[in-house]
Ligand binder design. Structure first.
Ligand SMILES: CC(C)(COP(=O)(O)OP(=O)(O)OC[C@H]1O[C@@H](n2cnc3c(N)ncnc32)[C@H](O)[C@@H]1OP(=O)(O)O)[C@@H](O)C(=O)NCCC(=O)NCCS
Length: 156
């Protein structure tokens, strides 16, 4: 199915995106966090729309650091948060948000992208692996409840 569209986030989407975030993930943030990321990298803050409403989002941050692929300083894209409403999953929307988010991050000059994911989140890990991400290392006790994260990386 491809009855959805992907476009840039606008400030009018804020309420819906924060609601999707709260519905789908235990990691929630104040409105200001979403708006700062939007101002920081608007081309990598995307929403998916289906049936006339926003059903998913991806938001990203552009960072500098040592490459995961060699000892060089690089610009990296960080997938900070991604979610699709449960009733719209398994249609390829999440994968397309990530592909388009990476395209957006590349416009800011990143050469690689990374994200953290709960080690129990098998669905997300599978989606990321299908898109070419690999587990780089385990971040012990990364989440507030003590769960480990996998740090996953991919060339942009
Ligand atoms: C992770 C998440 C964003 C994936 O979104 P999604 O829209 O379901 O992703 P996709 O549809 O692209 O892929 C999901 C599954 O559908 C499959 N799929 C991909 N395209 C498909 C298509 N066109 N038709 C049917 N299935 C498809 C994938 O292979 C994957 O298979 P799986 O069931 O074996 O895992 C979503 O599960 C989610 O919001 N989870 C809760 C929040 C979360 O965990 N975020 C990540 C935090 S790091």
């Amino acid at each position: 199915m491809s009855d959805y569209t992907i476009r840039q986030f606008t400030q009018d989407d804020l309420r819906t995106v924060t609601e999707i975030n709260k519905t789908c993930l235990p990691e929630n943030y104040p409105d200001s966090f979403f708006l700062v990321l939007y101002q920081h990298a608007p081309r990598a803050f995307l929403v998916a729309e289906a049936n006339g409403s926003v059903v998913g989002y991806i938001m990203c941050r552009i960072e500098r650091g040592i490459s995961s692929f060699g000892p060089l300083p690089v610009k990296k894209g960080h997938v900070v948060s991604i979610a699709v409403l449960p009733e719209y999953r398994n249609r390829g929307i999440g994968s397309e948000l990530i592909r388009r988010g990476i395209e957006g991050m590349k416009e800011y000059g990143v050469s690689e992208v990374f994200l953290e994911v709960r080690r129990s989140n098998e669905t997300a890990i599978q989606v990321y692996e299908q898109l070419g991400f690999e587990v780089k290392r385990v971040l012990r006790g990364y989440y507030r409840d003590g769960e480990d994260a996998f740090l996953m990386v991919r060339r942009a």
